[in-house]
Design a protein around this ligand. Structure first.
Ligand code: PHE
Ligand code: FE
Length: 296
């Protein structure tokens, strides 16, 4: 198998062009990974595991170990699946990259998590603008071992199928929820603020920035507030939303969103960095403000 992803089309969205790949499920071509590919995994894995203790939530790190992920080499999906399926009934499957929304939702609704099979090139170690194997596997997969988070992801998939049938605005609201929880969520643990969002844990720069920097807002989880809030895909987040537990996430998202979507369609979106009176502010970082170089 050649190791170039097969890009089939670009999706035009309000955030610019997003590549969409073939929708087929691919067998992970594990034997075809090069030494460079494994070295990229090792470097990234070791680097993140060095900074994440005390920053990522405890469950996240424990789950990576329990699944048998390590810095040694790119894990085999089939081996991870043996542990994951037993734990929560989720299955990983290889894909070429970002999927059309409805395909993605349908996989989640059936407890299948799509993982990009290819890994970034050495020159993209610090920054890649689209999800690759490292982001998907290192960032997203560990929390699927947590029974409550695992249920949330399935519910999200079902909610996505429904929102897709309602319309573009509903879908945008739901996508913001994914962004500010699954990708960029923070959680208040007994001993302090921690990261659970995949987009943060797979980025060295944002792992530090999200907790330590004095620049971003860190405010309490509020479903409708999140659904109204725009986000940036090309820089660190200006606002992070903090949950107190994964149970809170499940409970807050249990109600039927249909009336919420209807209500929100009459309200303006909020800029990513704006604060409201009603925002519950969590601990601020004491470090410097915005970095001058985006070292994501
Ligand atoms: N309750 C949501 C709905 O009615 C479904 C959902 C659950 C969406 C969890 C996201 C996360 O659409
Ligand atoms: Fe992601």
């Amino acid at each position: 198998m050649n190791s170039q992803p097969r890009r089939v089309e670009n999706l035009h969205t309000d955030k610019g062009k997003v590549p969409v790949y073939a929708t087929g499920i691919v067998e992970q071509p594990w034997d075809d990974y090069s030494d460079d590919d494994h070295a990229t995994w090792s470097t990234l894995y070791a680097r993140q595991r060095e900074i994440l203790p005390g920053r990522a939530c405890d469950e996240f790190l424990a789950a990576q170990d329990a699944m048998g992920m390590s810095a040694d080499h790119i894990p085999k999906f089939s081996e991870l699946n043996q542990v994951l399926t037993t734990a929560t009934g989720w299955t990983l499957m290889g894909v070429e990259g970002l999927l059309p929304e409805l395909d993605f939702f349908d996989h989640l609704a059936n407890r299948r998590f799509p993982v990009t099979w290819w890994i970034r090139k050495p020159e993209q170690i610090d920054y890649i603008e689209e999800p690759d194997l490292f982001h998907d596997l290192f960032g997203h997969v560990p929390l699927l071992m947590n029974p409550v988070f695992a249920d949330y992801m399935e519910a999200y998939g079902k909610g996505g199928v429904k929102a897709h049938g309602i319309g573009a605005d509903a879908l945008q609201n739901l996508t913001r929820l994914y962004w500010y929880t699954v990708e960029f969520g923070l959680i208040q643990q007994a001993d302090g603020l921690r990261i659970y969002g995949s987009g943060i844990v797979s980025s060295k720069g944002e792992s530090v920035h999200s907790l330590e920097s004095a620049a971003p807002n860190r405010i309490g989880f509020d479903l409708e507030r999140i659904m109204r809030t725009r986000y940036r895909i090309d820089s660190y987040q200006k606002t992070y939303f903090v949950i107190d537990s994964f149970e809170q996430l499940i409970q807050a998202t249990q109600p039927d969103f249909t009336p919420i979507y209807a209500r929100l369609s009459r309200q303006a979106s909020l800029p990513a960095g704006e604060m409201l009176e009603s925002d519950r502010v969590y601990q601020r970082g004491t470090g410097e403000g915005w970095p001058t170089d985006a070292d994501v």
